[in-house]
Design a protein. Structure first.
Length: 122
């Protein structure tokens, strides 16, 4: 179980780092909307951003770690563990992206974490 938890934390860390870097690249290019007239131009601009490629690399690393977890552990335990990333996403959004995280959201996140603890212990 220790190995699983460490791999899960690694996957969450890679995933959050990748998501943050891609979000930062998207902010740099003015966003992206599927199907918009500017979508192709925004994609071209994204490919010139190092943050975009670094974020993609981290998300790829998340996939590799996840393959190990999915192949060696019960999905009913692994998948709920990923929801622990909600706590870190809220912190990253608040601290680094200036997003507003309300008390109601924090309460919801704590309920999710409590549910994960119950699932993992069962």
């Amino acid at each position: 179980m220790v190995r699983t938890l460490l791999l899960m934390l690694l996957a969450i860390g890679f995933g959050l780092g990748g998501t943050y870097l891609i979000r930062a690249a998207l902010v740099d290019v003015g966003g992206f909307t599927v199907g918009s007239r500017t979508a192709a131009r925004q994609l071209r601009r994204l490919t010139s951003k190092r943050r975009f490629w670094a974020g993609g690399g981290l998300i790829g690393a998340t996939l590799v770690v996840s393959l190990d977890l999915y192949g060696n552990q019960d999905l009913s335990k692994v998948v709920p563990l990923y929801s622990l990333s909600y706590v870190l996403v809220a912190l990253i959004g608040r601290l680094f992206l200036g997003e507003r995280v309300t008390l109601r959201r924090w309460i919801a996140i704590l309920v999710i974490v409590a549910g994960v603890v119950v699932l993992v212990q069962s």
